[in-house]
Design a protein around this ligand. Structure first.
Ligand code: FMN
Length: 205
């Protein structure tokens, strides 16, 4: 494995909940440096389908600092976080996406990030994270449900494909609802630790 830090993206808007706990556990399990980011705090604007990346693959008009008209009173973050998130993925040998399930998918803030991958769609093979891998820890409250993770997995898988990344089988965790549910479950923590070690072992080969 390269010496670049493993990238861990925690995708829940709930601070200090199960995903943040899982992200920290992945970090503590890995014997290499990690960079952990809370995607909901990264200010990723949603794709506006402006079409610029169709003719200029790799470019996104939402990347730059936005200058707001003086009449606008809506507070907006001066910068957009998508580019930095993609740069972290391109650098890291493995990216761990840690996400809750929201209505059979990922939360809106994380989906905005997935949609911003569209800029790379027309790159035709010159993908920015070629040779990198994506692993996922998906967390849901329901105790069962055959298709509970399908929506999230399909989107994340296509994000990986668009970026040229290898898709690794995700870890699916059921039955984690309240914010400290994972902190209270030694068994599910052990599942995360063994998944992380397995992913690391395969990436290190
Ligand atoms: C808006 C919203 C939608 C949710 N939708 C689902 C769902 O479809 N299925 C499910 O099992 N859990 C659902 N949950 C529960 C979360 O996936 C669960 O509580 C998870 O542990 C949250 O992770 P966090 O603590 O990192 O925020 C939903 C929670 C919220 C707030």
């Amino acid at each position: 494995m390269s010496s670049a830090p493993v990238f861990i993206a925690s995708c829940s808007p709930r601070k200090g909940g199960n995903c943040d706990f899982a992200a920290s556990l992945v970090e503590r399990t890995l014997p290499v440096p990690c960079s952990v980011v809370r995607v909901a705090d990264a200010h990723v604007r949603p794709c506006s389908s402006c079409g610029v990346c169709d003719s200029m693959p790799g470019r996104c008009t939402l990347d730059g600092p936005t200058v707001l008209p003086s009449s606008t009173s809506t507070p907006m973050p001066p910068k957009d976080g998508a580019k930095a998130l993609f740069a972290a993925m391109a650098l890291a040998p493995v990216t761990f996406i840690v996400s809750p399930i929201y209505y059979y998918h990922i939360p809106a803030q994380a989906k905005a990030w997935v949609d911003r991958t569209q800029r790379f769609w027309a790159l035709n093979g010159e993908t920015p994270a070629k040779g990198r891998a994506m692993a996922c820890v998906l967390i849901a409250a329901r105790q069962q449900g055959e298709m509970l993770f399908d929506g999230a997995e399909r989107s994340l898988r296509w994000m990986a494909k668009t970026l040229g990344m290898e898709w690794l089988e995700p870890l699916r965790l059921y039955g984690l609802e309240h914010a400290s549910a994972l902190a209270d479950s030694v068994e599910k923590q052990a599942d995360i630790c063994s998944y992380t070690a397995r992913v690391f072992g395969s990436a290190a080969r």
